[in-house]
Design a protein around this ligand. Structure first.
Ligand code: GDP
Length: 356
């Protein structure tokens, strides 16, 4: 991290370290620099040299880096240098479910890597001797061309995938099975709640994005069939290049009949308030009708009644009610099922017992 020392920095850095781990890296050391940085190296030049002598495989910057910074650091470290955008890309890649979002993410990755490759190409053309990653001009040039071709082919395939999605929604609507999605910030407890509701075992490891694939399961709530889908959810400070791929994951939410907005009620009050308002605003911006949102305050096992009352005040700005649950202990799950039973549109098929 290189930048100013802000009041909630410790929290932000912990969150970032957690993201980095979910992306599959092991954090060996956290390097912080609060002083003036050298724009060429993101860190100060002295600090950068100090880092160069450390033992690590990949350098990951908290902020997004310019192609020139990546180039300079890679030349100095002789190791791979990536940034926040890359970390989120990897996580998106692992979580993408539909063909459309997979393509969308590949496109984002190509667009992310293109400027860096361009920088290497520019240097190679000038006859510069490149150290790390410095293949010859010919190799870099053909890789660059390959990327450009791939980008245009993905764009075409995306058009087709979009048509496919529209067909799929039409079919689902015709079949009459309503769709409910789980969303919310990372670590709110979506996966845990999904597991509760589906009662199947999936890896929950205490880090954001424990769910590494799209999960959709059919649920039977007292005779009512619904399809429950877990989504990637929201991330703070989403890098602009990822907004489009984020929108394709949002599409799953837009298409749903009801949205379970999972809120971690055990976080500091200001964080909870901020996350609720951001979630509601984001959903509103993409055209989700607020009446489709079912607000759920999770982790009530960790909060006092008084704190829950305070949260109610925040939620009252947007909703007239909410469902308090603990996905961990199972508290409130029956109430949530009742809410789903009555709130989700669709028919209930009641069968007499014994008819198989
Ligand atoms: P996701 O990123 O939204 O899918 O969140 P997870 O389901 O992976 O949960 C994040 C962390 O919160 C995990 O360590 C869970 O065990 C924990 N967690 C989830 N629900 C509850 C809850 O109701 N109470 C408590 N105390 N912890 C919970």
């Amino acid at each position: 991290y290189s930048g100013p020392k802000t009041p909630n920095l410790v929290y932000k850095l912990e969150e970032f370290a957690s993201l980095v781990e979910v992306a599959g890296f092991e954090v060996s050391e956290l390097v912080t620099q609060y002083g003036r940085a050298d724009t060429r190296f993101y860190l100060g030049a002295g600090k950068a040299r100090e880092v160069a002598s450390k033992d690590f495989d990949v350098f990951i910057a908290y902020h997004s880096l310019t192609p020139l910074q990546v180039f300079n650091l890679e030349q100095l470290f002789k190791r791979r240098v990536v940034d926040r955008v890359f970390v989120i890309l990897v996580i998106f890649e692992r979580r993408a479910g539909s063909i459309e979002s997979k393509l969308q993410i590949e496109l984002a990755r190509l667009r992310y890597e293109l400027p860096k490759v361009k920088e290497y190409l520019r240097r190679a053309k000038m006859g510069e001797q490149l150290g790390f990653l410095g293949a010859g001009e010919y190799v870099i040039d053909s890789y660059y061309r390959h990327m450009v071709r791939r980008i245009s082919s993905i764009k075409k395939r995306l058009e087709e995938a979009k048509k496919g999605r529209v067909m799929h929604i039409k079919k689902r609507k015709e079949a009459g099975v309503p769709e409910v999605v789980l969303t919310g910030y990372t670590s709110a407890g979506k996966t845990t709640l999904f597991n509760r509701l589906v009662s199947e075992n999936k890896i929950v490891d205490g880090r954001p994005f424990a769910t590494l694939e799209t999960y959709s399961r059919a649920l039977d709530i007292w005779g009512k069939r619904v399809v429950l889908t877990d989504t990637i959810g929201f991330i703070d400070d989403l890098p602009p290049v990822l907004i489009e791929s984020f929108h394709s994951t949002l599409q799953e939410i837009i298409d749903a009949d009801r949205i379970l907005l999972v809120i971690d009620g055990s976080e500091p009050y200001e964080e909870v308030a901020r996350k609720i308002s951001t979630s509601v605003r984001t959903l509103g911006e993409v055209g989700v009708d607020r009446s489709k949102i079912i607000p759920i305050v999770n982790k009530v096992d960790k909060i006092r009644l008084e704190e829950l009352r305070n949260l109610r005040k925040v939620l009252e700005k947007y909703f007239t009610w909410f469902v308090p649950v603990s996905a961990l202990t199972g508290f409130g799950i029956e109430a949530l099922k009742a809410v789903l039973f009555f709130q989700v549109p669709g028919y209930t098929i009641v069968r007499a017992s014994g008819d198989g």
